[in-house]
Design a protein around this ligand. Structure first.
Ligand code: KG4
Ligand code: ZN
Length: 340
């Protein structure tokens, strides 16, 4: 069975993972998060330089972790998009170099397909039909998924404006929580009252698109509240905002499952690491008789194992490798797991 190396560099994490026949052999992660902290967000040029520095050491760390040698690698998969162009280029160039040096096939894959595949490393193959809620820094979508690598993925809805992670990032900055912000809201919310402030639940009116998402109005509502109540408790703000996001995401995800008549919901992406979203999704899936699948926290945020996982599915499905002249694609909707 082929060992697939996965390379992820779409944002600020350099992730390398090795997967064989659906099993994660080992992985390693380097992050340039600290270098972006003083700018309050990811700086693309800094991220690219950090990927370049971290690439070879992270590959070696992952090899040690997986207890394999580079010569054991039988195929290379890399995030070709979407993501920061400068950052993606580093991963794609490294993947081409490893593929050429090792004489093995190369697969350019979609980052979000990787997020979905991450769950298979923990819970095994996906069922024939499922709904996936993808919630990351750049995307918020409800998808109808059949075979991840064989059948085109159907978008049931996408956010009309900000992604859920983007809303977390902007609101955290607004209420003065430190970067990296997703986890800091999560932490602050644990000491807050989620019923303290009734923030709006966007697009939940009777005339609104039933599966549609919008988070920019919610962000504005938090900004207005903070303006009017400068002494508001930060923990209550964090908990109440987080509750509004969790409520809308999980209610619509359950509705999508009912609409598609599926009994499995998969929640993936960096925001799926959020403890309240995980808990509320579990609660609501239990009452709706839907099986919830969420990857362990470390496989929710960007990593190399998820890219190896989707590469492994492609290899086992006999997919044709990508041509060596493909380039990174910074913006591309998820329809196919393989991008090129
Ligand atoms: O999937 P990901 O690692 O990168 C992208 O593909 O965008 O997602 C990153 C996003 C960021 O917006 C970050 O704030 C958010 O995931 N995030 C969280 C948590 N951990 C990460 N949001 C809420 N709660 C968390 N615990
Ligand atoms: Zn991601």
């Amino acid at each position: 069975m082929t060992i697939v190396m996965g390379i992820e560099t779409s944002c600020d994490e350099t992730g390398i993972g090795f997967v064989q026949d659906g099993v994660l052999l080992g992985d390693a992660l380097a992050s340039s998060m600290d270098e972006h902290a003083r700018f309050g967000g990811v700086v693309p040029e800094i991220a690219a330089r950090a990927h370049l520095q971290a690439m070879v050491p992270t590959v070696h760390a992952a090899l040690v972790n997986a207890r394999i040698n580079l010569g054991d690698v039988g195929a290379v998969a890399v995030t070709a998009g979407p993501g920061l162009a400068t950052a993606l280029h580093v991963g794609v160039a490294a993947a081409k170099a490893y593929s050429l040096a090792l004489g093995v096939q190369l697969y350019g894959v979609h980052h979000l397909a990787g997020h979905a595949a991450a769950d298979t490393l923990e819970h095994g193959p996906l069922p024939d039909r499922s709904v996936a809620l993808i919630v990351s820094g750049g995307h918020t979508s409800l998808l109808f998924v059949r075979d991840l690598v064989r059948t085109p993925i159907v978008h049931l809805s996408d956010t009309f404006d900000d992604a859920a992670g983007e809303a977390f990032d902007k609101v955290a900055r607004l209420i003065g929580l430190p970067y990296p912000v997703g986890p800091s809201i999560d932490r602050a919310a644990r000491d807050g009252d989620r019923t303290a402030i009734a923030f709006p639940r966007p697009l939940t009116g009777v005339n609104d698109p039933p599966l549609g998402f919008s988070f920019s109005g919610l962000k504005t509502a938090v900004a207005r509240y903070v303006e009017k109540n400068p002494g508001a408790d930060v923990n209550d703000l964090a908990a109440s905002f987080q509750e509004a996001v969790a409520d809308v995401l999980t209610a619509k995800a359950i509705r999508a499952c009912r609409q598609q008549d599926v009994d499995t919901l998969v929640v993936v992406g960096g925001v799926a690491a959020n403890s309240r979203i995980r808990a509320l999704a579990q609660e609501r899936c239990d009452s709706a008789g839907i099986e919830l699948r969420v990857p362990p926290m470390r496989l929710c945020t960007d990593n190399g194992a998820m890219i190896a996982a989707i590469g492994d599915l492609l290899v086992r499905n006999g997919a044709s490798p990508s041509p060596l002249d493909f380039s990174a694609v910074p913006t591309v909707e998820l329809q196919q797991a393989q991008l090129t």
